[in-house]
Structures are given as structure tokens and as C-alpha cells.
Write a protein that binds this ligand. Structure first.
Ligand code: EPU
Length: 417
């Protein structure tokens, strides 16, 4: 298992090119299953999760080719409709093939994802929605076995806005008979990107990006040719890096409007932002001010930025209250940050972070994707050496993180083991 070694304390300065969004690329790859033929998806980041999706496609009998940030998928020779446990356990987003397989081929067998490091993460909203659209769903030996002649449109309401749930049902509804309404739908930019990709395939979707989405099913969709949006969470992570290192970083290609909540909170913490051609310049000066956050569905403050923001607050001038409302166990980074000297107490979903003037390097363990990112953020400002073990979590969702960090002056190296 690879580890990262970081010597903190440098002021990071320069340009970072923001990669395509993993959480938009995965559902749009799944959407290609709704059509027959060659789909081309561009600006797809070179990440472990994308390759896991590729293996899942190969397992389904679909052609999958990745080169130069471009994915080509051929669904002409699909013959298997199963997502096996071994792939789903590596990547929960594999559940995104359930809606498309069922809607287009009338059957799907997908391993239940189970819990993960950040919470129980059930998929009941995905399954209830498909049942209401006429699917016959059974749970057998850890698998979801779903069948349907042709799904029919239905009015569906989510108790909590769910990102992949909205995506799965939007894809399924695109080929269903009649109209589907998704109420209290997720409004994340990745959901809108999927809707735009589906519309380019011939789907009839209104309201993506709002909380009620209307989908009128069509009989057939064409293959997709689409370019993914830039990754807002990668951009947000580099913003916290600018803040914690007192740096000056230009985020090339970042879409500012996808990051409004994070930017407001980072401004409160004392960071400055300036629009520059094709990007956003972020500067940090001195110790950040303490600022409170509460994670919420989009357009609220993203849970995927909570850990990185907490690292910044570890050295803030004052006390910050961080409330996690999306996942019940998304504070795994706290114990690691405390090993660096951070003063954090957690009660339920609330972390109280009393800022200290300096973190100290320590050996650390990454536990999930965003926790890994938060440890890197902290290490870049810490005194001395930090060693982050189990860095494979990072490779699931950040493209060439060390390369991008080195380019802006960080002292970071990967030790392959
Ligand atoms: N929920 C249910 N039942 C469901 C579905 C969700 O109770 O059927 C609950 C979840 O347990 C959670 C809440 O609803 O408490 C919201 O979960 P959501 O379904 O929105 O999460 P997700 O779709 O599984 C996506 C991202 C996550 C991101 C969350 C929240 C992808 C592939 N994953 O997960 O990304 O944290 O939305 O924004 O899009 C990451 O990239 O590090 C990551 C974990």
C-alpha cells in the first residue's frame, strides 16, 4: 500500500488544472447503457473509480476503452446484466447501473453495496422508486434482483434528497412509458450534468438542478458524446490548501458557481477570491478566522468538503463548530488530526474545533477519500514530516494529487510499497 510523505510549511503558489468530476463521470458512463452503440465521454479523470467502472462494463460484455481523458464505451454486445459483489464492494457508485440495466434490458442483478467508512448508506430510495415504476425487486443472497417488462412513469418523493438515487431513477425514467416526477430531488451540479448528457441522447427532462424533475420517457436513446463538468470538490480542496498554506493558487477551469457555499465560508475564514481568465485565483493570508459550517444537500455546504474545511479550522484564530448532517460517521479524520495536535471534540454529528497556532507532522492513516484529502491539507501546513498511510483511498477520487501539489511548490513524495 502506497504512502505519502509531506514536509509542511511551504507557501504554495501557482496554477492547478482542475480535472473532470468523478461524481459526474460515473453516472454519465452508466447512462451510456441506455443506448446501443459507441458512446464517447470526455474530460474523464484518470482515477481508480473510473477504472473500476470500466471493469464493471467489461464484465457486462460492453467494450470499454480509456485514453487521454476520454472514455469510449460500446454497448452493442452486452450479454450480462450483473454487477458482482467484488466490484460493488470496491465502489458503491456501481449501483448506478441498476436503473439503466433494468430500464433498457428489463433485468438487473446488482450486489447490495452495504455500509462503508462514512455511514450505513442504504439504497432504499432507489429500490422503492423502481418498484413504484413497476419493477419486481427481490433481495437474495446479498444481491438486488430486479425485473420489469417496461418501467412506467410514476410520481416519486424522496424523504431526503439523494444524489445517486435521483440519478438512478432519472436514468430509469428516461426509457419508461409515461411521465415520472422526482420530488425533493437532489440538485447537485453532477445531477444536472447527467440530465444534460441524457438530454443530448434524446431524453426529455425538465427541472434538473431544481427540486422537482419531470422526465417524459422515450422509446429509444442515442449513444452519448459529452464532456464532463470540472470537479468542484477537487477545486474546493485546493481552496482550503491555499487557505492553510497562506498560498496563492489559480484554479484553472473551475466553475465558481458550483462552489458558492464553500467560497462564502472560505471568505468568512479570510480567504480572497479573484476571477482570472479561465479560472479563479485564491489567496490565503495569515491565520484563518474561525467559521462555522453545517453540511447540507446542494446548494448547501457540501459534505464532501467538510473534512478539508475542518483541517483549515484546526489552525484558525478561534473556535469553529462543524455540523455533519448528511452521513452519520463522517468524522474519521478527527482522530488523525488530533494526532497532529489539533484540539477537536466530537459529540454526535457536531465537532468543536479550537484553533491552535501550528499543527505538527505525525504518522497518519487515511480512512476514506475526503478524509485522505483533509490529512493532506493539514500536513501541508504542519511543522515537520507527515506520513499518510493507506493513500489508495485518495487515488479513487483525486487525479495526480501529488503532481499537482509539487507543481505549486509542495514537498510531497509517494513511497510505493
Ligand atoms: N440515503 C438513504 N437511502 C437511500 C439513499 C440515500 O437513506 O436510498 C441517505 C444516505 O444514507 C445519506 C443521504 O441519504 O444520509 C444522502 O446520500 P446520497 O444518496 O445523496 O449519497 P450518494 O448518492 O450515495 C453521493 C456522492 C458522495 C457524496 C454524497 C452526498 C457519488 C458517486 N457519490 O453519494 O460522494 O458524499 O452524494 O453529496 O456521487 C465522495 O465523492 O467522496 C462521496 C462520498
Amino acid at each position: 500500500m502506497d504512502k505519502l510523505i509531506i514536509y509542511g510549511g511551504k507557501r504554495l503558489k501557482g496554477e492547478v488544472a482542475i480535472s473532470g468530476a468523478k461524481n459526474a463521470a460515473l453516472p454519465i458512463m452508466a447512462a451510456s447503457l441506455l443506448s446501443s452503440g459507441y458512446s464517447t465521454i470526455s474530460r474523464v479523470p484518470d482515477l481508480r473509480d473510473i477504472m473500476t467502472m470500466g471493469r464493471l462494463f467489461a464484465n457486462l460484455g460492453a467494450g470499454f476503452h480509456y485514453e487521454d481523458r476520454k472514455v469510449i464505451i460500446n454497448t452493442e454486445k452486452m450479454k450480462i446484466y450483473e454487477a458482482p459483489y467484488d466490484l460493488v464492494r470496491k465502489m458503491r457508485a456501481s449501483i448506478l447501473v441498476l436503473g439503466p440495466l433494468l430500464s433498457r434490458y428489463g433485468r438487473a442483478k446488482v450486489s447490495l453495496p452495504g455500509g462503508c467508512a462514512i455511514g450505513a448508506r442504504p439504497i432504499n430510495f432507489h429500490l422503492n422508486g423502481l418498484e413504484k415504476m413497476g419493477a419486481d425487486i427481490k433481495l437474495e443472497s446479498g444481491y438486488v434482483i430486479a425485473k420489469a417488462k417496461r418501467l412506467r412513469g410514476a410520481a416519486l418523493y424522496f424523504d431526503i434528497p439523494t444524489v445517486t438515487g435521483t440519478e438512478n431513477l432519472m436514468m430509469a425514467a428516461s426509457l419508461a412509458k409515461g411521465i415520472t416526477l422526482l420530488e425533493n430531488a437532489a440538485r447537485e451540479p453532477e445531477v444536472t450534468d447527467l440530465a444534460n448528457a441524457l438530454i443530448s441522447m434524446g431524453a426529455r427532462i425538465k427541472g434538473a438542478g431544481e427540486s422537482v424533475i419531470e422526465i417524459e420517457g422515450v422509446d429509444e436513446l442515442s449513444p452519448v458524446d459529452y464532456t464532463i463538468i470540472p470537479d468542484r470538490i477537487e477545486a474546493g480542496t485546493f481552496m482550503t490548501i491555499a487557505g492553510i498554506t497562506g498560498g496563492d493558487i489559480i484554479l484553472k477551469g473551475c466553475r465558481q458557481r458550483h462552489l458558492d457555499a464553500s467560497i462564502m465560508k472560505l471568505k468568512e475564514a479570510g480567504l480572497s477570491f479573484e476571477n482570472v481568465p479561465d479560472g479563479l485565483r485564491v489567496t490565503g493570508t495569515g491565520r484563518p478566522a474561525a467559521s462555522d459550517i453545517k453540511t447540507q444537500p446542494y446548494p448547501g455546504f457540501p459534505t464532501d468538503m467538510q473534512a478539508q474545511f475542518m483541517s483549515l479550522m484546526c489552525i484558525a484564530d478561534g473556535t469553529s463548530i462543524i455540523k455533519e448532517t448528511i452521513f452519520e460517521n463522517r468524522f474519521m479524520h478527527v482522530a488523525e488530526l488530533k494526532r497532529m495536535g489539533a484540539d477537536i471534540t466530537v459529540e454526535g454529528g457536531v465537532a468543536t474545533v479550537k484553533g491552535i497556532s501550528k499543527l505538527k507532522g505525525a504518522p497518519l492513516m487515511a480512512t476514506d477519500l475526503r478524509a485522505s484529502a483533509s490529512l493532506i491539507v493539514a500536513a501541508l501546513a504542519a511543522k515537520g514530516e507527515t506520513v499518510i498511510h493507506r493513500i489508495y483511498h485518495l487515488d479513487r477520487g483525486y487525479e495526480n494529487m501529488e503532481g499537482k501539489l509539487r507543481k505549486i511548490g509542495a514537498d510531497v513524495k509517494r513511497i510505493k510499497e
